[in-house]
Write a protein that binds this ligand. Structure first.
Ligand SMILES: Cc1cc2nc3c(=O)[nH]c(=O)nc-3n(C[C@H](O)[C@H](O)[C@H](O)COP(=O)(O)OP(=O)(O)OC[C@H]3O[C@@H](n4cnc5c(N)ncnc54)[C@H](O)[C@@H]3O)c2cc1C
Length: 327
């Protein structure tokens, strides 16, 4: 699988792919190979082993210092030509979504994009690649029987990483595909980093998420107060994003982020299938909705029927009082 690193920091979804890779490899009696591209990134290999890689194919070259499509495509294509994997996975990140289709076209195989489930078919041993289709109303399972590798991009946050194996050491295979001028005809002149002090909702342990029922952007303060009191972050449904009340980077769901926090408060969210796709794996779901037949209650562990404008301030005060009493 392709290991995405930026500034020598491995992107979370790559660890998730390794975890899934372990499970698939065990079913196939095979090994998990991490393909790590970059410059001066060899120090990451043991960490990849600790998250499940049996072997790391390392392509270390100045041409791979920052991501550009052509040298990365050339490198991954060359690795596939040499090692001939049965299965090759990418994270469905901006980079994975750019890279995977090019690689699949070059090696002449299929690509199933944005998978939410991967499993081995017991009989045929083919990879069953499942992804939402037709606006998320059905789940489509796709097979690639005739071409190799079977290739997929996987949504971040969906697969589980394994608990790190202490002291794991990687078997590293350094590979040089050779870079020619026309492999790198794009030059990166400058990188401007977006600086944000916000926590990514995918990393938050507690999320207080709001939907159209919150009613206005100002009313999101009720959610922020609860999040601050409990040490969580604010998230939202797509309806809130579309209304311009919240930013796209906190949208949960099929076209937003997949989250798996310990606690997920769904406030004024109806529970559309596309929203559930992004949060139903949360450990504890607490729903507040004034409509007792809202579908969110079908997945909620705790349901509160009522007006969030009344319930949220009471809940926040109660939590503050409890925390203060237990200090
Ligand atoms: C291809 C596609 C992709 C999509 N991707 C996403 C996605 O990634 N994420 C996503 O969220 N949606 C997504 N959607 C949209 C999704 O189908 C729903 O339209 C959306 O999730 C609805 O958002 P909501 O629950 O906030 O709003 P609504 O469905 O309008 O629900 C609002 C809820 O608030 C309740 N309410 C109202 N007032 C109060 C109050 N005062 N107190 C308590 N409760 C109250 C209502 O009873 C209602 O249940 C997608 C749709 C499509 C077609």
């Amino acid at each position: 699988m392709f290991i995405q690193q930026i500034d020598a920091k491995v992107t979370g979804v790559s660890y998730e792919l390794l975890g899934k890779g372990r499970e698939l490899a065990e079913k196939l009696n095979s090994d998990v190979t991490a393909v790590l591209l970059g410059h001066n990134v060899g120090g990451l290999c043991d960490k990849l082993a600790s998250f499940g890689a049996d072997k790391v194919v390392l392509v270390d070259d100045a041409a791979l210092e920052t991501y550009t499509t052509e040298p990365y495509t050339h490198a991954v294509h060359s690795v596939i030509e040499k090692y001939k994997p049965e299965i090759f996975l990418f994270g469905a990140t901006a980079i994975g979504r750019d890279l995977a289709p090019r690689v699949s076209a070059r090696v002449h195989t299929g690509l199933t994009a944005d998978c939410t489930k991967l499993e081995i078919d017991e009989e045929s041993k083919l990879l069953r690649m499942t992804r939402p289709a037709f606006g998320g109303n059905i789940m489509a399972t796709i097979l690639c029987p005739d071409f190799r590798p079977q290739m997929a991009t996987v949504r971040p946050g969906v697969m589980k990483k394994i608990l790190p194996i202490e002291g794991a050491k990687a078997v590293v295979d350094e590979f040089n595909p050779g870079f020619e001028l026309n492999n790198k005809y794009v030059e990166v002149v400058e990188i401007i980093k977006k600086v944000s002090n916000k926590v990514d909702i995918m990393d938050a342990k507690i999320l207080v998420s709001g939907g159209r029922g919150v009613g206005s952007p100002e009313n999101f303060k009720l959610l922020k107060d609860l999040a601050d009191a409990i040490g969580g972050e604010v998230a939202s449904s797509r309806a809130s994003v579309d209304a311009g009340w919240t930013e796209k980077d906190i949208q949960v769901g099929q076209t937003g982020k997949t989250v798996r926090p310990s606690v997920y408060f769904a406030c004024g969210i109806s529970g559309a299938i596309q929203h559930l796709a992004g949060m139903e794996e949360s450990d504890l779901i607490i729903a507040i909705n004034k409509d007792e037949s809202a579908p969110i209650f079908d997945v909620a562990d705790v349901g509160i029927v009522g007006d969030l404008n009344k319930i949220l301030p009471i809940l926040t005060e109660k939590i503050k009082t409890e925390f203060a009493a237990n200090k």
